[in-house]
Ligand binder design. Structure first.
Ligand code: HEC
Ligand code: HEC
Ligand code: HEC
Ligand code: HEC
Ligand code: HEC
Ligand code: HEC
Ligand code: HEC
Length: 328
């Protein structure tokens, strides 16, 4: 290489650097802080956080299958936050920036909501990954405006749940009709204590607020009477015995009593497909879905001393008299 060539090479390099710089100056007027691309989630409410150049943008719209939400950009701050609702399975978020009604920028994010009780959503496509939020690094993006420390006292409900530091960002988790007592009282860390179990040992240290899985020992730490009773029974339902209470129950809130994830019969039929169309047969008294009865009119979902977890009159009345979770 002679002197001239060297000089040229340096010039080319300088030009490239200058161009690079101008590329960053042309960065999009809206930067998506959250969610990350290809995130796998378990709950429907999702936080969207955007950093907006308020000179270039006066409104941001977030669109997905469940609707549209608008954030008005008022010029006084750079970060804007919105909770949106996802749908089960694939979700594409369109994040559109406007100036005086003109679309000036559009970006997309893909997410997947998985659920243990729907065979079609049980095994997410491989590009979706669990991406935990609650690490020091991520939280530092929000601390200037949100207090993210734990301010609950073990076993003592908040007088006003808005006082919980978790409420500001997660308030939509407990909005469904039937809700679980520790969740409506915002005692979140009674379950989300950061510990892991044998089923999720690989997640150790990835988030401050993990739950240990399988979840039964967690549930039984409060539901001691149930634990004692069910363990004393001769016949126990497999998903109960293997500790997977959250297959049927959502720990926060759902539209169904006892915050089961789906109407009772569809929960049972999700795993017991053969009972769907069952007509009373000579060798069987199981009525399946016929006569519009609920499976739990005859079967305990958990355990019993009778085979097939059949309940006697007294056990059935007891189950029916339960509060069914807090109705709101
Ligand atoms: C510049 C200050 C600021 C920063 C930084 C900030 N937020 Fe917010 N956030 C707010 C304010 C103010 C609200 C109250 C709701 C509103 O926008 O009117 C809020 C509300 C929220 C909500 C509830 C929105 C809704 O629709 O109910 C969520 C979720 C949220 N923030 C998440 C975050 C996360 C996650 C971060 C960090 C990545 C973050 N915020 C960083 C100021 C901020
Ligand atoms: C500034 C907003 C904000 C606050 C305050 C906040 N979270 Fe979160 N949290 C998030 C975001 C964002 C996610 C990612 C999932 C989502 O979009 O909801 C998340 C996810 C989680 C998860 C899933 C695991 C993980 O790390 O991704 C748990 C559990 C959780 N939060 C519990 C809590 C608890 C308990 C508190 C109160 C001590 C709390 N959060 C306070 C914003 C917040
Ligand atoms: C009774 C135990 C329990 C309580 C109380 C509880 N959670 Fe959860 N939460 C769970 C379990 C278990 C999961 C995991 C979802 C699954 O697989 O069922 C979960 C999942 C979550 C997720 C979604 C994480 C993901 O995988 O995307 C968030 C966010 C969350 N919880 C926040 C909270 C907040 C905030 C509170 C307080 C209002 C709370 N939880 C109270 C048990 C609990
Ligand atoms: C921090 C304590 C605590 C933990 C942990 C806990 N629960 Fe609860 N749960 C309660 C309280 C308190 C109630 C309401 C009191 C009552 O009526 O029994 C309740 C009620 C329920 C109910 C409704 C019962 C009824 O009679 O209305 C169900 C179902 C339930 N919990 C399931 C679970 C599952 C599943 C888990 C584990 C994922 C779990 N709980 C973990 C405290 C807890
Ligand atoms: C196969 C699904 C399934 C599994 C697994 C399951 N439950 Fe339930 N659970 C139900 C149904 C269904 C009801 C009753 C709903 C109704 O009556 O409509 C119920 C009711 C309850 C109740 C209130 C009634 C009672 O007998 O006290 C509690 C408490 C409860 N479950 C806790 C748990 C815990 C803890 C686990 C895990 C150890 C668990 N459940 C596992 C489906 C299930
Ligand atoms: C997560 C999957 C799952 C769900 C949901 C589920 N079951 Fe089961 N159930 C099983 C498994 C696994 C077995 C044990 C294997 C077998 O015998 O089929 C079982 C066994 C049974 C048995 C005993 C069968 C026998 O031959 O001994 C009955 C009865 C039963 N379940 C009823 C119900 C009812 C009622 C519901 C709804 C409240 C329900 N199941 C929900 C997975 C599930
Ligand atoms: C009117 C009472 C009744 C209702 C309602 C009922 N069952 Fe049964 N079921 C029985 C009886 C009795 C048995 C005893 C074994 C037999 O005769 O087959 C049984 C047996 C079973 C078995 C184990 C044996 C087998 O045939 O595989 C399963 C699994 C089962 N039922 C699931 C369900 C599901 C799921 C529902 C709701 C869709 C349901 N049952 C509704 C009474 C009922």
């Amino acid at each position: 290489m002679n002197m001239l060539q060297r000089l040229l090479a340096v010039l080319v390099l300088l030009l490239a650097v200058a161009q690079g710089a101008s590329v960053t100056e042309n960065k999009p007027p809206t930067v998506i802080v959250l969610p990350q691309e290809n995130t796998l989630v378990h709950e429907l409410p999702l936080s969207v956080v955007v950093k907006v150049d308020s000179n270039a943008v006066d409104a941001v719209k977030i669109l997905n299958a469940s609707g549209e939400k608008t954030i008005d950009i008022n010029g006084s701050k750079a970060i804007y936050c919105k909770t949106i609702a996802l749908v089960l399975g694939d979700n594409t978020l369109h994040i559109r920036s406007y100036k005086k009604g003109q679309l000036i920028d559009e970006q997309k994010r893909h997410l997947y909501v998985t659920s243990p009780l729907y065979s079609q959503y049980k095994y997410p496509p491989t590009q979706y990954k669990r991406q935990f939020f609650h690490t020091d690094r991520n939280e530092s993006l929000c601390r200037s405006c949100h207090d993210m420390s734990v301010n609950e006292k073990q076993g003592i409900a908040f007088i006003d749940v808005k006082e919980s530091n978790c409420y500001a960002c997660h308030h939509q988790l407990t909005n469904e009709k039937y809700a679980h007592a520790p969740s409506v009282n915002w005692l979140c860390t009674s379950c989300h204590n950061g510990k892991v179990g044998s089923d999720n040992a690989w997640q150790k240290g990835r988030s401050k607020f993990l739950v240990s899985k399988p979840v039964n020992s967690l549930c039984f730490s409060c539901h001691k009477k149930n634990a004692k009773l069910w363990k004393s029974y001769r016949f126990r339902h497999e998903p109960l015995d293997s500790g997977r209470c959250n297959k049927c129950h959502n720990s926060h809130s759902t539209p169904y009593k006892m915050f089961v994830r789906k109407p009772v019969n569809s929960i049972c039929l999700g795993c017991h497909k053969d009972k769907r169309m069952r007509v009373k047969q000579r060798d069987s008294d199981c009525e399946g879905t016929i006569k519009g009865k609920e499976c739990v009119a005859c079967h305990s979902p958990h355990a019993s001393n009778k085979q097939f977890f059949l309940m006697d009159e007294e056990e059935r009345k007891k189950l029916e008299s339960k509060q069914h979770g807090r109705e709101r």
